[in-house]
Design a protein around this ligand. Structure first.
Ligand code: ZN
Length: 437
């Protein structure tokens, strides 16, 4: 179901015209009203007069998360504060939060983008939406709420947590749509099973899962346990919250609402814009936001774009499910490798633990990747010959997944350092040597 065929099925020239006009207006506003952006444009020797079409976006400077934090709290405002009707922020766990301030028109765009999102999984005014995303400064709860209201569905604003109550509401109110993080949906399924409740038999039609990365194997598990259509959704507070992109029923990438949020994929090292199919960092410009518009925001999320037509009828560009973060990307012999890809292979191998470390080195001008994986106690007590078999097997599976040769080394149980925060998975000896050279 397509909520806004007028925009979601536009042909390429018409869409580019809309985007070009909107970009022109945006740059004009930013130049006149936001000193932060005016300075950046002056430094890049570009101004409103240089923007004739959407193609000219490449002349404009990027915006980083750090820059947005530096002007906390109101440095990105492009309107008078009295025109702001709602404020959300990012979590701010690693520094000052990023502030997203919405005008009434921005809330309208957000509602529209989320109505498109929920429609893409078949939500209608006859549905009961159990919204288990957190309400509050976090954008997930209210984003879904506004979209469901726009469609005319019934919203149950249950927010996150309180699993017993979630299950009771699912059963008693006969919710047909579930919105939460993918991992929480599996937690709900597990809790239901313990209570002897058959989640799959309750009448859930679709689930909209986002706010954290998930894989195809997780989809299989979710759809098997909850018996619903699962839809991956993408968004971020720096842009608007959820509503930036969503899958359709074809499950072949997420359609970007590109009449509002213009996506580009760049080489994170050089900033050069990459063609379709080539992996790089996702950059987004808010074409229509009034309160805190953002120019070419570097998301640090790795993906690639696909402009080919989709069987669902939408003509909007699709972005692949997020593959990783630029902070984690490794380049081995010219191939981009993400720890998440290696992790997925390792998790599928019997006899090893989900603890691993990647050591990159350069020998005779060639990059080498060694994958150290912890074996479990059972394998450890086995014959050495078997260990070699396991190592060769993982190497073969990694080659099939990544198309590069790696060396796998099994290490004894409990020898890879554990971390309470973000695990340190990568030791890159190449950069260490360069730094010392
Ligand atoms: Zn589609």
């Amino acid at each position: 179901m397509i909520w806004s065929p007028d925009y979601e099925t536009l042909d390429a020239p018409a869409l580019a015209r809309v985007q070009g006009e909107r970009l022109g207006r945006l740059v004009d506003v930013l130049y006149r009203r936001v000193p932060f952006y005016r300075k950046k444009m002056e430094k890049a020797a570009v101004g409103p007069q240089d923007i004739q079409g959407i193609g000219d976006i490449q002349r404009l400077p990027f915006t980083t998360k750090d820059e947005m934090r530096d002007v906390y709290p109101y440095g990105l405002l492009a309107v008078d504060l009295r025109d702001i009707v709602e404020i959300h922020t990012s979590s701010g766990t690693t520094g000052k939060p990023v502030v997203d301030a919405y005008t009434a028109a921005d809330i309208d765009i957000w509602s529209e983008a989320m109505a498109r999102t929920l429609s893409s999984g078949g939500t209608t005014r006859h549905d009961i939406v159990q919204n288990a995303y957190g309400y509050g400064l976090f954008t997930g709860g209210l984003g879904v709420h506004y979209g469901a209201r726009r469609i005319g569905a019934t919203v149950i604003p249950i927010s996150g947590g309180n699993t017993k109550r979630q299950l009771a509401v699912l059963r008693d109110f006969k919710s047909t749509i579930l919105t939460c993080t993918p991992s929480y949906s599996l937690f709900l399924a597990e809790a239901a099973q313990e209570d002897g409740l058959d989640l799959g038999g309750l009448g859930l039609k679709a689930g909209f899962f986002g706010a954290e990365p998930w894989s195809e194997s997780m989809r299989t598990e979710i759809e098997g346990k909850l018996k619903l259509l699962s839809i991956d959704i993408y968004g971020l507070t720096e842009i608007i919250g959820p509503g930036v992109a969503m899958e359709c029923e074809c499950h072949e990438g997420m359609h970007v609402n590109e009449d509002h949020f213009f996506p580009e994929v760049i080489d994170p090292a050089t900033g050069a814009v990459l063609p379709d199919g080539q992996k790089g960092e996702l950059v987004i410009t808010t074409l229509t936001k009034d309160g805190t518009p953002v120019l070419r925001y570097r998301t640090r999320d790795i993906t690639y774009l696909d402009h080919r037509p989709c069987a669902c009828g939408r003509t909007t560009v699709r972005m692949h499910r997020v593959l990783g973060r630029t902070d984690d990307m490794l380049i081995i012999r010219g191939v981009n490798v993400f720890p998440s890809q290696i992790e997925e292979v390792i998790l599928g191998v019997e006899g090893v633990e989900p603890h691993y470390q990647l050591v990159v080195d350069r020998r005779e001008q060639l990059d080498e990747l060694e994958v150290q994986v912890e074996m479990n106690d059972a394998v450890f007590s086995d014959e050495i010959r078997n260990l070699e078999q396991v190592e060769r097997k993982i190497e073969a599976e990694l080659y099939a997944a990544l198309n590069i040769h790696t060396r796998v080394r099994l290490v004894e149980p409990r020898t890879i350092a554990r971390s309470e925060g973000k695990a340190r998975r990568i030791i890159d000896k190449r950069t260490l040597e360069e730094a010392h050279g």
